[in-house]
Write a protein that binds this ligand. Sequence first.
Ligand code: ATP
Length: 233
Amino acid sequence: MSESLAVCDLQAWYGESKVLHGMDFSVRAGEVVTLLGRNGAGKTTTLKAIMGLLDKRSGSIALDGHELIGAAPYDIARKGIAFCPEERGIFASLSVRENLLLPPKVAAGGMTVAQILTLFPNLKERLDSQGTKLSGGEQQMLALGRILHTGARILLLDEPTEGLAPMIIRQIGRTITELKALGFTILLVEQNVGFAAGLADRHYIMELGRVVEEIPGAAFEGRLGALKSYLGL
Ligand code: ATP
C-alpha cells in the first residue's frame, strides 16, 4: 500500500478561477504534516486537488513516485488516499454502523468495526442510532472511523476539531497520535494551531494558494504567538 506524497508546482482551478498557484510540499510515510493559513488561503482546495475533486489541476502529485494528476477520484481513493471533509459527510438517515460500512474497501487490512469502536468507544452505544442523532464530536469520530474502515493509509483531514468542545478536541488529538503510531500518513488542515503544535512533524504555512514557509515541529512552539496573530486567531 502506498504511503507518501510529493506535491510539486500544483495548480488548481474552480471553473475559470485559479486558486492554487504552485504548491510545493511533501508528506513522508508515517508523518503527520499540517497545512496552516488564513481563511481562503487554499487549504481545503489543496486536499480536494489531491483527491482529484476539482475541475482542473496541473503540476505533479506523486504517490510513492506514481503520478496522480489525471487520475479520477475513485482511482485515487482506490490507491489508499482518503479525504475526511470539514462538513464530515455523515448520512443522516443511515445508522452509525451503516455509515461505517458504506464506503468500499480499498485494501485488505482496513480496521474492523470492533477496532474502530476500541478507538472511539463513544460510538459503541450509538451503533444503531441515526446520523442525525449524533453530536458534532461523535460525527467527527464516525467520519474518521469510516475512512479507517476502508483500508486507506494516507488520511487527508480537513479541520477535524472545528466546532468541537476542548475535551473532544483532546480525544481527537490522542486518536491522531495513535494513528501515527500505527503507521498512518496524515495531512491535516487546521485553524487550531495549539492542536496542530502537539501533533505534527512538520508544518507548512500557506498564503494565496502557495506554500510560503515550512516549519519543523520542534521549532513550532516558539513561533506559536506570532503565528496566531498572523493567522488572525
Ligand atoms: P477556509 O479555512 O476558509 O476553508 P481554505 O484555506 O481552506 O480556507 P479554500 O476553501 O481552499 O480555503 O478556498 C480558497 C479559495 O478558493 C477562496 O478564495 C475561496 O473563495 C475559493 N473557493 C473555494 N471553494 C470554491 C468553489 N467551490 N468555487 C469557487 N471558488 C471557491
